[in-house]
Design a protein around this ligand. Structure first.
Ligand SMILES: [Zn+2]
Length: 366
């Protein structure tokens, strides 16, 4: 008899269905499934960007709360996965940090009895962004939360998580996803094989990015790859291309609005069916709306990032094929890098002005 069986835990290999449905992370899933049976009060999930941390964290929480060990299809599992469970409180960085007011709200929330499940869960996204004052507010709660409270934090920069927080958590490490795992996930999403190959090649090992490149950012990527060859040596050309990019970015992000409206409508139906008290309902709705707002901002930043990445890839290829001189390539590289820096430092800069200035500084290829 193995040590695992003797300890009364599920044997290795038994994965909660809700966790089994995640992309990749084979060996960690049975560990997380066992952990969910008797969850530690503070957990830290670590994984590289694009490895689906957010998704795995939510699946782990579903396994923790599900009355059927993470079946993947009950009311609890589906609500946790669609961010509509009243006993899961999610916290995300406001701007660059998780602030002290947010930490206070966590402390307040864990002291309120769960509404539906036997446990209450706090999910802290990018827990490395917890600033020191906020972290200090949380230490006591992380050390000894009220009974039945489970805290789950995730991060792609474990070295930036304050040691006082890290030392109070049980850690789980996710490995990067393989190209094969990303390809399979996209094919399962229904993406055609050609688009899968392109998206995986350009994704840098990130499932999220591969999904965007195969989906809403597909046209944007194509536009970016063609852009250097289309720039002509007069100002009107830069202006026209810049307008085209702005439209393509809008189009890429537009789909989110529709998706988000659907999520809100579904949440309202769920809330009504469950008959939650108005205060709980209002908090759930506000939390989903805040998250959606942040996702839209993030999507715009990512969309512009894809434009720059596509242009740099295109120029590099042309340089490698001997189609353009190193001087021309350098002109594109330095102008693009400079523009990206401006954009990172001042994300509020007007996109169209920034793009105009960028393309005016790029040398036409022919
Ligand atoms: Zn379930």
């Amino acid at each position: 008899m193995s040590a695992v069986e003797e300890s009364g835990l599920e044997p290795v290999g038994s994965v909660a269905p809700v966790l089994a449905a995640s992309v990749g992370h084979g060996s960690q899933l049975s560990y997380l499934s066992r952990l969910a049976l008797a969850p530690p009060h503070a957990n830290l999930l670590v994984g590289p960007p694009g490895s689906g941390l957010d998704d795995v964290a939510r699946r782990f929480i579903a396994a923790v709360l599900c009355p059927d060990r993470g079946c993947g299809h009950c009311r609890t599992c589906t609500r946790v996965m669609s961010m509509a469970h009243p006993d899961v409180f999610e916290v995300e960085p406001e701007g660059a940090s998780i602030l002290v007011e947010q930490a206070r709200e966590i402390v307040r929330r864990v002291n309120v009895a769960p509404i539906e499940a036997g446990r209450a869960v706090v999910l802290i996204h990018d827990i490395d962004r917890l600033n020191e004052t906020a972290a200090n507010k949380l230490l006591k709660t992380m050390e000894e939360p009220p009974p039945g409270t489970v805290i789950v934090g995730h991060t792609s920069s474990p070295q930036d998580v304050l040691i006082t927080i890290r030392s109070r958590c049980v850690g789980s490490n996710l490995a990067p996803l393989t190209s094969q795992e990303i390809s399979t996930a996209l094919l399962d999403d229904g993406v055609d094989a050609d688009a899968v190959a392109d998206a995986v090649a350009a994704s840098g090992g990130s499932l999220d990015r591969a999904r965007r490149l195969a989906g809403p950012y597909r046209d944007l990527r194509r536009l970016a790859l063609d852009l250097p060859a289309r720039l002509r040596p007069y100002g009107a050309s830069a202006g026209r291309l810049s307008a085209e990019i702005t439209d393509a970015v809008d189009a890429a992000v537009d789909g989110l609005g529709e998706q988000h409206a659907g999520q809100i409508a579904k949440l309202r139906t769920d809330i009504e069916a469950a008959g939650y008290p108005p205060r709980v309902a209002a908090t759930m709705e506000r939390s989903l709306e805040n998250r959606q707002k942040r996702l839209v901002t993030q999507a715009r930043i990512e969309a512009l990032g894809e434009v720059f990445a596509g242009v740099l890839a295109s120029v590099s290829n042309r340089l490698a094929n001997g189609e353009i001189s190193p001087e021309i390539a350098d002109g594109w590289f330095s102008s693009t890098e400079q523009t990206q820096r401006v954009f990172t430092e001042t994300p509020s800069v007007r996109t169209s002005l920034m793009l105009d200035a960028w393309l005016l500084r790029c040398p036409p290829l022919g």
